[in-house]
Design a protein around this ligand. Structure first.
Ligand code: 9UX
Length: 72
């Protein structure tokens, strides 16, 4: 079973930023599909809640050098 969450991503200034975050997230075993949009600063992440949660996803984005928050 998958969950889907949307995040506001802060600190991206070029297309390499968004693809870097996308790659990091898509490498996580708990992530089924992550897409990051530079222009809208949106990240959509489909993940397995048995393997990771929203805080883990935010933590991975922060470790990559950006910040994120879950969309209300
Ligand atoms: Mo280029 Mo985006 O250094 O951080 S990848 S601005």
């Amino acid at each position: 079973e998958e969950e889907k969450a949307e995040f506001d991503v802060m600190g991206m200034t070029c297309a390499a930023c968004s693809s870097r975050i996308e790659k990091v997230l898509n490498k996580q075993p708990g992530v089924k599909q992550a897409t990051v949009n530079l222009t809208t600063e949106n990240a959509t992440v489909e993940y397995n809640p048995g393997l990771m949660n929203v805080e883990d996803i935010i933590g991975r984005i922060q470790k990559t050098g950006y910040d994120a928050q879950i969309k209300a």
